[in-house]
Design a protein around this ligand. Sequence first.
Ligand code: WT7
Length: 649
Amino acid sequence: MATKWVTEKDEKGYYWPSDEMKKYANMADVDIFKKASQNPEEFWAEKAKENIHWFEPFSKAYEWNPPHFKWFIGGKTNASYNCLDRHVISGKGDKTAIIWVPEPTEEKAVKISYAELLEKVKKFSNILKKLGVKKGDRVGIYLPMIPEVQIAMLACARIGAIHSVCFSAFSGDSLKTRLIDSNAKVLITSDGYYRRGKPLNLKNNADIAVEGTSVEHVIVVKRAGVEVEMKEGRDHWFHELMEEASNECEAEKMDSEDYLFILYTSGTTGKPKGIVHETGGYLTQADLTCRWLFDLHEEDVFWCTADVGWITGHTYNCYGPLSVGATLLLFEGAPDYPDKDRWWKEIEEHKVTIFYTAPTAIRMFAQWGDSYVKKHDLSSLRLLGTVGEPIDEDAWMWFFETVGGSRCPIIDTWWQTETGAVMISELPGIGPFIPTVAGKPLPGVKAEIVDEGKNPVSGGEGGYLILKSPFSPGMLRTVYNDDEKYVKTYFTEYGPEIYFTGDGARWFDEENIRVTGRIDDVMKVAGHRLSTGEVENAIASHEKVSECAVVPKPHQIKGEVPVAFVVLKGVEPSDELKQELVAHVRKEIGPTAKPEEIYFVNDLPKTRSGKIMRRMLKSLLTNQPLGDATTLQNAETIKHLKEVTGYEG
Ligand code: WT7
């Protein structure tokens, strides 16, 4: 019988860690929250010293000059050294760092040891140097889920270059915006990748993106054997460069506050923001959450299904698990290829112990039915995790019972691209695990729920989720090239001393938080973050569109989907035009952003000052009362909108 890591449900509907789990878990001390909150700065300083290798120690833990802060002042470290060298030096060179599972089932899984990974990273670091990349330069990465992505990230970290990863399913235009904003010198991409058995071309997108930017060199990994054009002098094959590269390359001694990477994410405006994470603090928090929250032990196999193009992939498919010296599984493909049991097959085959995924995937699998899961022995699993959006009770229970066999705790981890690592969750050795509830701020994290006047709310009342100083070490330092935006987005709503998350939340009981979702113009589409403004910009850039409004609509599997209301420039609406607009959005942003429905309308509801009332459109789609229409400059449009959409509102 497989071990039961969780108790039966108690009378309140809570699950708790079993005695076995409490004994096994890296952190099971219930007093840890109190200890850490008495002096968070001291707490983090202790963790940074304990878990991270510093070439030179830091003199002070925290410096605060609202709304800016710094961690581990004067400390010198290197993320690549912490993720690789120190494990090899301590004799763990033969341990598997990455189990790479290619999508085509004819290809065997590849195991890469820490020593092998280190050698590759050293070689690739030398290649970057040879191409002129220096400390502080930006490097774009546009790669699928292949180990070269970690090699590229860690090589940048090793030489002090700042990487900026762009999700491979984003379009060439999206990549271009990011390359321009970060002024990247080099781009690392691949010829293509496999998706549901078909090789897709990625290099073509990269070519579109690079044109007219500061990128001087493009390094291309050969993955899918698709035909690509290599531009003489600019484009280089990864494998050819690797053959000649030397494997000696010392890790650069980076200041704790030196930038480690930029990751672009959607905000409330049309343009993605470059979220900046620095070295020492980010690593400390990525590392600690892997030890305490994902409870990584020597023998674990950790599978985080997130693409490296997102922060979840950065922190839990690269820096966190490698910093603690764990084994991670990297899967190239789609969850339903060649069949809908692919994930469960891989869990069985590689004896995955910790499995971290998104509610949207869980809902999809639940809909496909239990049989795909039941075909496989999942008794290796010890801990399950979710992230990205609120999880509903049905999905939670399905994950718990069907995947976890009612044996494994589920940690519902709340965090953001901006926070760098998990901020709110239960700890597996402490609990409780409550369906739909994320849990407590982690030790050393200060979160609160407040009303509009900054007063803490109590009971089940809803409010805004905020974070307070000392802001945890892994949090963003600024928005790249736009510190004003950093201040405005995060530290203006409640003043320079309070970080505004953009999320609504409520206390589920006195200790545990339920996060209810975004309260701004950010959507979560299948867990992917998108702003309504971005999709609006894409649609509005079409020559036949006069103006448009995009709002999220609830969706059974994806959580939310974008719906567009479009006013045309005097052309006749048609189904072809709808298709054209969908294709246009795919091209501008990527397939995740494509509108689920498009309504051609005469006019959009607007306030007297001309602001589009998106809230009203949202209410219409969910058959909610539309609210006061008398403040509109064009109240007559409501009747028209109801007719066109068929919704009652
Ligand atoms: C937004 C951040 C960093 C993880 C991946 C998403 C939502 C995230 C949860 C959760 C409810 C959640 C929030 C947050 N979110 N985790 N466990 N429960 N909502 O990162 O793309 O930056 O999105 O995702 O709305 O603000 P992201």
